[in-house]
Design a protein. Structure first.
Ligand SMILES: C[S@@+](CC[C@H](N)C(=O)[O-])C[C@H]1O[C@@H](n2cnc3c(N)ncnc32)[C@H](O)[C@@H]1O
Length: 271
């Protein structure tokens, strides 16, 4: 049984999940460098059972299942994400709130690509993930560094604020993509919740997609997609022209290049 405490996030991600599902192939290409980071980590030693937290449409869960042969479980709070994940098979997908769901102490590796920054109570969540991990099992996730180091995301937020000036501004201290951007706070959080051998390394990658997929990507994901979704139909053409212009600096010929500044965080459960 799952009691859901992150109801605002569940509602937000259920709405966002339709766009993620529609654009899952584009997301797969864009975020592939971070999938590779987690697959590489998973292959470092034999794994029996792996949990992918905030698995979304499940690309990382499936890639680790294929690369390691381990039994892989993806957990996500949003049914709309999981519906897309389940279409591909190769892993088990569970709809649950990872902050509170009782998984049992069964995973020798817990991973996440950008799925662990949205908890109302991060200490409860990382404590719960520790209780789901076997003695000596490992945690490995990637998370965004500061907003200022990620200009593509900053541009998207600025454009969305211009397009929808009345939309409520996100709480900079609440759950969100940059909530684990401060490495000292993340180290403290993990150590307070019982994790050991904490490592936090910079990971810088350039994510690329074809230029033709830039507007489909922005129309389906992130704050711009929300502004477009809520705008009157007749305004959308003008808005898309403005959106495209704002991202000119990321376009190089027929390719979009996005510098992505992230942390790779690793830890282990006590023996
Ligand atoms: C930025 S998306 C990342 C999706 C996926 N990991 C990927 O890289 O494609 C964040 C995901 O975390 C999920 N999520 C947010 N809060 C959650 C929670 N409390 N428990 C489980 N999943 C959660 C969202 O539904 C969403 O699918």
């Amino acid at each position: 049984m799952t009691s859901e405490v992150n109801s605002a996030q569940a509602a937000w991600w259920n709405a966002a999940g339709q766009g993620w599902a529609q654009a899952q192939d584009i997301v797969g290409v864009m975020l592939r460098p971070f999938q590779d980071v987690l697959v590489e980590a998973a292959r470092q030693r034999p794994r029996t059972k792996v949990l992918d937290v905030g698995c979304g449409t499940g690309a990382v869960t499936r890639a680790i299942a294929e690369a390691t042969g381990a039994a892989c479980v993806g957990v996500d709070i949003a049914e709309s994400m999981l519906a897309a994940a389940r279409e591909h098979g190769k892993a088990e997908f569970v709809r649950a709130d990872a902050q509170v769901h009782s998984f049992g102490r069964s995973f020798d590796l817990v991973v996440s690509r950008f799925g662990v920054m949205f908890f109302d109570d991060p200490a409860a969540a990382f404590g719960n993930l520790l209780r789901s991990t076997t003695a000596g099992g490992e945690l490995c996730f990637v998370t965004w560094r500061d907003r200022a180091e990620n200009p593509f995301m900053t541009t998207a937020s600025e454009v969305a604020a211009r397009l929808a000036p009345d939309a409520p501004a996100p709480d900079p201290n609440g759950p969100g993509p940059h909530s684990l951007a401060d490495p000292d706070q993340t180290r403290d959080l993990l150590s307070r919740t019982g994790w050991e051998n904490i490592g936090i390394e910079r990971v810088d990658r350039t994510c690329t997609i074809p230029e033709s997929l830039l507007l489909p990507y922005l129309s389906n994901l992130g704050p711009i997609s929300r502004a477009l979704r809520e705008a009157p139909e007749e305004d959308r053409g003008r808005m898309l022209t403005e959106v495209r212009g704002a991202f000119d600096g990321f376009v190089h010929g027929d390719e979009v290049r996005v510098p992505a500044a992230c942390w790779q965080v690793t830890a282990s459960a006590p023996l």
